[in-house]
Design a protein around this ligand. Structure first.
Ligand SMILES: [Zn+2]
Length: 635
């Protein structure tokens, strides 16, 4: 009896144990892995979207390990990634998403700048990632309705895709995981509508274990990503020199190449560039790079790392981790490719800005000092106004047309963008402008033929039809121009105004040249500033007028919060009633110089003395212009 009882008890105990075991099995937490370990184990790269298809390997981009693992760090709530375009930041977001779906599910939202971006990332990246990875595809429900353009519902969670321009899409259901990509392309905070980042973040409030990931390449200091990185612990990736062991952050200024080689293609093809250690000055080559990357460490602001890899310093306690990484760390780029890219964009501000943002992951700072008339006056040389100094090769002019008068500036150009103002004037009539068209400006150097203006840009803001007529009449000499704030990186863009009824362009018809005035103003401001710093290449004749000097200082650069991005630097009058006409004329004359490609002028283009002949014929005006008198022969 006793034995039977005990065996019954035993079996009851056993079944209780089994039940517990079963229960434990059901409820046990998934095997603890970090996001990077998960990616190495379970993420597969698509052959269509990746240069290196197949299983994901974190060791290819070791710096991404620290970034991805911040997601699985319980102390971290916010992650900011300020990075260049070629370091694998999108892949790291996808890896984090994959980890969430498989290991620690919760409602997730991925926000892109525009609707099209949200659709593309969903169809081209997220869906293929799920299909390719068995660890993820096992969570699919099999119901077609669960997968739409902007949402993917799997067994234990839903991932939503939204875009920053849609407040409705941003303010909705509670979200535990928030991924904000390319945040510098989000519409700027206007004050009227809510800041899209804040709006999306609101949705995470109910989750104590929320994670917010913000990613972007930087643009200007006022951009969202720079603001977020500033708020974080500001980690940088330190790698040790293979020669002396000194840990350092890789910066562009340490990329070196032979001094006598300036051809980007040669540098790239022959791999002539190297990285110079800041400590021992020895060369670190591309072949050494991968080894350094594996030994690298993320170090927050305020800490340092010694040659043995020991981190020192007091770390600020924060739940916000920030990572900054540039193209120098990328396994897909050589130091020579980076140097070559720099050399090919140097001196072209719009391309250089892209290089600084997208390759170096740094903010673009336009170096504009406030201009003062007294400072500007220092750029005056000894030559008198109206004469052309030694070195000048070609003359251009800019005309600002007002309601009942005109301003113009004539400027001479030489080798290496050196330039001299020849004259500036405020005149009353078109006749005075035609006089300038026909004028012979004597050279300072005896025996050199006098100069005439080669190209004049005339603003079409006022008296547009008249300006068009003048430009038709003086085709080849005068061009109709219109100032624009943004031409998508182009300095100027031509459109045909004269068309046949069938819409085809009339050959030889009138053209309108749209100028990106922001870029040209940046250019002129740079010319002036380098002049003030002492390496003068932008000159004025002796005794420049107060009016000219004052007008040249009438505008400054300010941040305008527009619709196109998180803020853009634009030129504005410093006070609403100040006059800026000569400043505009200088912009137009500089644009004319750019159109004539004065940057390509060489020493041998300089005029040589000849026996001076008195010019007999003036330039041909024509048509209605001649009717106004025989002034055109006065030249
Ligand atoms: Zn070294």
């Amino acid at each position: 009896m006793k034995t039977q009882k005990s065996s019954e008890e035993k079996s009851r105990k056993r079944s209780k144990l089994d039940w517990l075991k079963l229960r434990f099995k059901i409820w046990q937490l998934p095997k603890k892995v970090s996001a990077s370990e998960w990616a190495d184990e379970s993420r597969y790269l698509d052959i269509k979207m990746s240069a290196e298809p197949g299983r994901w390997r974190t060791e290819r981009t070791p710096y991404l390990k620290g970034i991805m693992d911040a997601l699985t760090d319980r102390m971290v709530e916010e992650i900011t990634i300020k990075a260049s375009t070629q370091v694998g930041k999108t892949e790291s977001i996808l890896n984090m998403l994959g980890y969430v779906m498989d290991q620690d599910p919760g409602p997730a939202l991925l926000v892109m700048p525009r609707k099209e971006d949200a659709k593309t990332i969903s169809s081209d990246r997220v869906k293929p990632m799920i299909e390719l990875s068995p660890a993820l595809s096992k969570h699919l429900t099999g119901y077609d309705d669960d997968i739409t353009n902007f949402s993917i519902a799997i067994d234990r969670m839903t991932l939503y895709m939204a875009w920053a321009q849609s407040p409705a899409a941003l303010a909705g259901k509670p979200i535990r995981y928030l991924f904000l990509d390319e945040i510098n392309k989000y519409p700027p905070f206007s004050g009227k509508e809510a800041d899209p980042i804040k709006l999306a973040t609101e949705r995470t409030r109910t989750f104590w274990n929320r994670k917010i990931v913000k990613v972007s390449t930087p643009t200007i200091e006022e951009g969202y990503i720079s603001r977020e990185y500033e708020r974080s612990d500001q980690c940088k990736y330190y790698v040790p020199c293979p020669h002396c062991g000194k840990y350092q952050v890789l910066v562009f200024t340490q990329i070196k190449f032979p001094k006598d080689e300036r051809n980007p293609e040669t540098i790239k093809a022959k791999r002539l560039a190297w990285y110079e250690c800041t400590e021992c000055k020895k060369a670190i080559t591309d072949t050494m790079k991968q080894k350094l990357m594996i030994k690298g460490k993320w170090i927050p602001e305020g800490c340092s790392i010694n040659n043995k890899g020991k981190v020192k310093g007091k770390k600020n306690y924060t739940t916000h981790r920030g990572f900054w990484i540039n193209a120098l760390y990328s396994p897909w780029l050589t130091f020579s490719e980076i140097a070559a890219e720099f050399l090919s964009v140097k001196g072209r501000s719009e391309l250089l800005m892209n290089f600084v943002n997208s390759w170096l992951a740094e903010e673009w700072k336009e170096k504009i000092e406030e201009r003062k008339p007294e400072k500007l006056k220092k750029l005056a040389l000894e030559y008198p106004a109206g004469t052309v100094p030694d070195g000048a090769i070609v003359l251009t002019a800019g005309v600002d047309v007002q309601l009942n008068h005109f301003y113009y500036v004539v400027r001479a150009w030489g080798v290496g963008y050196e330039s001299w103002k020849i004259e500036s004037a405020l005149v009353e009539s078109w006749e005075d402008i035609f006089l300038m068209f026909n004028k012979y400006y004597p050279s300072e150097i005896p025996g050199i033929e006098p100069f005439q203006v080669h190209l004049v840009n005339v603003d079409t803001g006022y008296h547009t039809t008249e300006v068009y007529d003048v430009c038709r009449e003086w085709v080849g000499l005068a061009r109709a121009i219109k100032g624009k704030q943004d031409l998508g990186g182009m300095l100027y863009k031509m459109t045909n105004l004269d068309k046949y009824p069938n819409g085809k362009n009339m050959p030889g018809g009138l053209k309108l040249y749209n100028l990106d005035v922001t870029l040209f103003k940046d250019k002129v401001a740079r010319f002036i500033n380098t002049g003030i710093e002492g390496t003068s290449k932008w000159h004025l004749p002796r005794d420049p007028s107060e009016m000219y000097l004052k007008q040249m200082c009438a505008e400054g650069k300010i941040i305008e919060r527009g619709k196109r991005g998180p803020g853009r630097e634009v030129w504005k009058k410093l006070s609403s009633h100040s006059m800026n006409n000569f400043w505009d004329c200088e912009i137009y004359a500089t644009a004319a110089a750019e159109m004539l490609r004065v940057y390509a002028l060489r020493e041998e283009d300089k005029p040589k003395p000849v026996i001076l002949k008195r010019p007999e014929k003036a330039r041909k005006g024509g048509g209605w212009i001649r009717k106004q008198g025989d002034w055109s022969k006065r030249g």
